[in-house]
Design a protein around this ligand. Structure first.
Ligand code: SAM
Length: 185
């Protein structure tokens, strides 16, 4: 028996509607923007990242920061709420030969366990940094925190670097901030 076209169309419509409704909407606190490679290197250098470090990269994007840390012998975890970014970061870690040192987790950075970090890396925004600040201040004294572009309000960095970059004739000032969690805070 042939099914009438109207019924087929209705079934197709309800199927597509339910598939759309099931698609998880990801509400990001910060949109995806890449840190230029030169700045990634500055972040590595300013925090003196090496084989003894365990880096937790909040809002990892394509994983470039934690992958650079892995290339210096560090272990690390890249966290991002966007599943597409996590897939991309995992593939990039494999292509760069550091996937054995790194883990990528689809998770909200505000709900992540940061306690094992020796370094936290950030390229988020000022508001998110300020919201994270109380959590960061509770980490082990000496934990290194590096942020591309955004400060932590009145928490003064102990190292700071500015870089002017020329993007097709448009000049941008990039900033890198470095803090260490103080003892007894
Ligand atoms: C500005 S991009 C930085 C990407 C990468 N770290 C870099 O520097 O090239 C910010 C990243 O944070 C992620 N993100 C935004 N809100 C988040 C949240 N609440 N938890 C985890 N990741 C989040 C976005 O998906 C995006 O990949």
């Amino acid at each position: 028996m042939k099914m009438p076209t109207k019924i087929i169309n209705y079934l197709l419509f309800t199927y597509l509607l339910s598939a759309t409704m099931q698609t998880k909407a990801v509400e990001l606190d910060v949109p995806y923007v890449e840190t230029p490679p030169e700045l990634v290197e500055i972040m590595m250098n300013i925090a003196e990242i090496g084989p003894d470090d365990h880096v937790i990269d909040l809002g990892t994007g394509d994983g470039r920061i934690v992958i650079a840390a892995g290339k210096r012998g560090a272990t690390g975890v890249g966290i991002d709420l966007d599943p597409a970014r996590i897939t991309e970061a995992k593939q990039n870690a494999i292509s760069e030969g550091v996937d054995d040192k790194l883990q990528f987790i689809e998770q909200d950075l505000f709900k992540s366990d940061l306690s094992e970090a020796t370094v936290i890396t950030l390229f988020l925004n000022e508001e998110v940094n300020l919201k994270l600040r109380p959590t960061l201040l509770k980490l082990k004294p000496g934990t290194k925190i590096v942020s591309h572009m955004f400060s932590m309000g009145d928490w003064q960095p102990i190292r700071y670097q500015q870089v002017v970059m020329n993007n097709n004739g448009n000049f941008f000032i990039h900033e890198v901030f470095y803090w260490e969690v103080p003892a007894n805070n």
